[in-house]
Structures are given as structure tokens and as C-alpha cells.
Design a protein around this ligand. Structure first.
Ligand code: GCO
Ligand code: MG
Length: 404
């Protein structure tokens, strides 16, 4: 074990679906033994790959593979300033790859290294979107027929704008471009949407919704309260990370289950929320907090406070990142639900052995490590590229720029 060393740490950029993804491949001095880790920050992919190439690779090539915790701690400390999304993703790529290698060396799937399965598969939720309640409901029914029991429902894009259609509000003269939306219109249409969904679909299906930090704090508290009658599985990102202190006020008046965390990068953002029982589900994107090593600790910390996991996992994550979250899902007693966007055929060709979904459950393939083999040549045929931030340039009706 002690003579297995890292020979090469490579950052691989790939965008098979037109979404920028970052993967780290760690080669070793053992023929055929390599590890894969997800380092995807889709909006700043080149900053992550540069960090891996310029700072992580020179520091850890030549080191032994076995000391994952020591490597994680020295990687985090070696930049002095820490806990930012770019550097955390770079560390995550190395960290997850070392867990993959350790599983392959042990001849075990990573979930076995984490204590073994608490369940055979992880229940997942899909995204049912639509420009009107009828279309959203149609998509919920389609997922329910495929066996999915959990469905996130959104009318329009985040903040409820119909995406390009004329808004029912006027802007000031010379207002700048951007993704305009009206918070009050968003609240009205969403309450109307869930009233209809509950009447038409009944209580069997678990419905989720993502506020995506689009409301002023006081409105957010009122909105979460008004969503109570619809018995959501959870309401997500009700407030931006900058307004974390409002969650205790929300908890005082509202029983809607609360999920938060996809934007978290620093333990100071979650420690208080979890210890105060202010949220029901933790939603981190695990490469954004530094990889599987910190996510294991966070899952165990949440377990002590009755908070369940619901790791972030739409389309800006590699199948390796999905696998890393899935192995933790399988081994966590306080697993809640796993977000899942689905893989394209091309993605499954690049990442052979990617987790498979059946009847609403996501399955690992039982192979050692994360069980995924990379077709690197094919991955490199789909380079990442700069993409206009579009929907991220959110603005209120008067043109004020807000968090997206
Ligand atoms: C979700 C998230 C995503 C993010 C996206 C940002 O709940 O899946 O809110 O849709 O907006 O990951 O890049
Ligand atoms: Mg979200």
C-alpha cells in the first residue's frame, strides 16, 4: 500500500452536453490503477483546471496515494486563504480520485469503505418544468409513470419568469439588459401551481420546489408559510446564503420542510443552521465543499442533529461526481433524497459504468472504487467553452441586479 504513488494529476475539461464539466484523473505507478474525481464549477471551469494544473499537481505528484485525510488537509492549508468554490473544486478532484483509487486497491466499492450499505439504492428526484401549470403537471405525471416518487416542480425559469416572454411589469427608461423577473408574480404563479398540482395529483407524489434565493427575506418567510398547505417534501434555497440568520425566524412560523446548501463552500455557512435545527435537508454540491472527505464529515454531523442529505446534482456535475454522492447516499443513515438530471448516451459512453436509474432509484454498479472507467479520448472531443451567463444576470423589475 505504501509504495503506490501519484505519478500524474490531470485536469480534464469536457462538455458532452454543452455544459462545462471538470474531471481530475490521478495516475499512479501501479499499471492500470488510476482514480477519477469531479471538480465541476461550470461557470468558472478554467479557473479550476488552472488551479489543479498550477498548484495541486506540483504539490502532490510523487506523493503516496493512501493518506487521503493528510493530503486533503495539506491541500486546503497550502493556499493559506481557503474555502472558496474554485480551490475547493480543485481539491475535490484530487480527493475523490484518491477515494476511487483506495476502493480499487481494496477491491471494494467506496460505499463499503464508508461502512457499507444502509439501502440498496438511492431514491432520486427529477425536474418537472413548464411554462404553465398544465405543462408542469404533464411532466410530473410523465416522471411518476417512470416510477419517480419525488419531483421538483417549477413554472418558468427560476423566479418564475417565462424565459424571454413579455413580463407583466414595465421597466424604467434605459433599463439594462438581464434576466428580469417579478418576485410577486413568481409567488402568485407558484402558489397557484402547487394548489392545482395537489388537487390533481393527490398526496402520493412527493413535490419539491426551488425558490433559488429569488425573494426578499420577509417575502420568503411569508411565501414558505403560504406553501405549508401543499405538504412539500421540501422547499429549497428560500433565502440567499448572506441571509442565513433569517432561517431561525422562518423556523418559528413555518412547518414547510426546508433544504439549503448548494451554494455553501465554507463550514461556517452550515454549522449553525444544522446545530440550530434550522433546516431539514443539507443540499451541498460536494465538490464545492472540497470533495468526498468533507462531505462524509458533513453527513455524519447532520446525522447527529436529525438533518438529512439531499446533495445537489443537476446537470453541472460529472457522472463521477454523481457516483461519489451516490456512494455516500448508500452508506448514510440520514440520507433524504438525491437530485438527478439523467445522463445522455454520450456521457455514458465517456463515463462507462455511470450509475443507473430504475423505477426512481439510482444504483451503483458494485465495482471497486466508484466503478467508472473514463474514455479520455472521447471526453476531449467535447471541449468546454465560455458561455454567456444569461439567466444568472437576474434583475428586479426596476433593473436592480440580484442574486440568481
Ligand atoms: C438545483 C440548482 C441548479 C443551479 C445550477 C447552477 O437545485 O439543481 O438550483 O439548478 O441553478 O446548478 O449552475
Ligand atoms: Mg437549487
Amino acid at each position: 500500500m505504501n509504495d503506490v504513488k501519484i505519478t500524474k494529476i490531470k485536469a480534464i475539461e469536457t462538455a458532452p452536453n454543452g455544459v462545462n464539466l471538470v474531471l481530475v484523473k490521478v495516475d499512479t505507478n501501479q499499471p492500470g490503477l488510476y482514480g477519477l474525481g469531479c471538480a465541476t464549477y461550470t461557470q468558472r471551469y478554467a479557473a479550476v483546471t488552472t488551479t489543479v494544473r498550477e498548484f495541486i499537481a506540483p504539490l502532490f505528484e510523487g506523493k503516496r496515494v493512501n493518506g487521503i485525510e493528510d493530503i486533503w488537509q495539506t491541500a486546503m492549508g497550502s493556499g493559506y486563504w481557503r474555502n472558496g468554490p474554485i480551490y475547493n473544486n480543485a481539491i475535490s478532484g484530487l480527493d475523490q480520485a484518491l477515494w476511487d483509487i483506495k476502493g480499487k486497491m481494496a477491491g471494494m466499492p467506496v460505499y463499503e469503505l464508508l461502512g457499507g450499505k444502509c439501502r440498496e439504492a438511492a431514491a432520486v428526484y427529477r425536474h418537472a418544468d413548464g411554462c404553465c401549470p398544465e405543462e408542469v403537471e404533464e411532466n410530473v405525471r410523465a416522471f411518476a409513470e417512470q416510477g419517480f416518487r419525488y419531483v421538483r416542480c417549477q413554472q418558468g425559469v427560476y423566479g418564475g419568469a417565462m424565459g424571454g416572454g413579455e413580463q407583466a411589469f414595465c421597466k424604467p427608461e434605459h433599463a439594462p439588459g438581464g434576466a428580469y423577473y417579478d418576485p410577486k408574480q413568481y409567488m402568485r404563479t407558484t402558489l397557484n401551481l402547487f394548489e392545482r398540482l395537489r388537487v390533481d395529483l393527490g398526496e402520493e407524489i412527493e413535490l419539491l420546489h426551488d425558490v433559488h434565493e429569488r425573494l426578499a427575506a420577509g417575502d420568503a418567510v411569508r411565501f414558505a408559510k403560504e406553501m405549508e398547505p401543499f405538504g412539500l417534501f421540501y422547499l429549497e434555497d428560500v433565502l440567499p446564503t448572506e441571509q442565513i440568520r433569517w432561517f431561525s425566524a422562518l423556523r418559528e412560523v413555518c412547518t414547510t420542510p426546508i433544504a439549503m446548501g448548494e451554494l455553501f463552500v465554507n463550514p461556517m455557512e452550515w454549522k449553525g443552521l444544522v446545530a440550530d435545527h434550522a433546516i431539514d435537508f443539507i443540499r451541498c454540491h460536494i465538490s464545492m465543499i472540497g470533495g468526498l472527505t468533507p462531505a462524509i464529515k458533513l453527513a455524519h454531523f447532520c446525522d447527529a442533529f436529525g438533518v438529512r442529505t439531499a446533495w445537489h446534482g443537476p446537470n453541472d456535475i460529472t457522472p463521477v461526481g454523481v457516483a461519489a454522492q451516490l456512494h455516500l447516499d448508500l452508506a448514510s443513515p440520514n440520507f433524504g433524497v438525491q437530485e438527478f438530471f439523467g445522463f445522455s448516451a454520450l456521457e455514458e459512453e465517456i463515463f462507462r459504468g455511470a450509475p443507473q436509474v430504475r423505477d426512481g432509484y439510482l444504483y451503483a454498479n458494485g465495482k471497486p472504487g466508484f466503478g467508472i472507467e473514463l474514455n479520455e479520448e472521447l471526453a476531449l472531443r467535447y471541449p468546454c467553452a465560455y458561455r454567456e451567463p444569461g439567466w444568472l444576470l437576474a434583475r428586479l423589475p426596476d433593473g436592480t441586479a440580484v442574486r440568481p
